[in-house]
Design a protein around this ligand. Structure first.
Ligand SMILES: [Zn+2]
Length: 113
């Protein structure tokens, strides 16, 4: 899983991360990954439970019972959710569900219709 840069001092490829620092075990050099690295921001893709790509405006159904935070309600399997909006975050689907209002869901618990 190493896509860390080589040590800038000795070119060792065995660098590892220690918090926000990068550390070289061979020459003990420590440095930080500065911003401005030419790493292209990766476009996030959102996939449902079957690996299908989700896009804004899709209709999905829920594939497992989900507890609704802060209430005793449960979103049942098969609940249809229209017009989803994809957002960045752990819960990556913003939506409104009849009877529940605004909700956030995880894409791994839905299936594109
Ligand atoms: Zn080194």
């Amino acid at each position: 899983m190493s896509n860390l840069p080589n040590c800038p001092k000795c070119q060792s490829e065995y660098t590892y991360e220690d918090g926000s620092l990068l550390v070289c075990p061979e020459c003990a050099h420590e440095w930080t990954l500065e911003s401005g690295a030419p790493e292209a921001e990766e476009q996030r893709t959102y996939k449902d439970a079957n690996g299908k790509i989700l896009t804004d405006g899709d209709t999905v159904t829920i594939i497992k019972d989900l507890k609704v935070k802060g209430s005793s309600s449960v979103l049942k399997v098969g609940t249809k959710v229209k017009n989803i909006r994809l957002v960045d975050g752990d819960h990556d689907i913003d939506c409104k569900i009849d009877g529940f209002g605004a909700m956030k869901l995880k894409s791994e618990f839905v299936k594109k219709v």
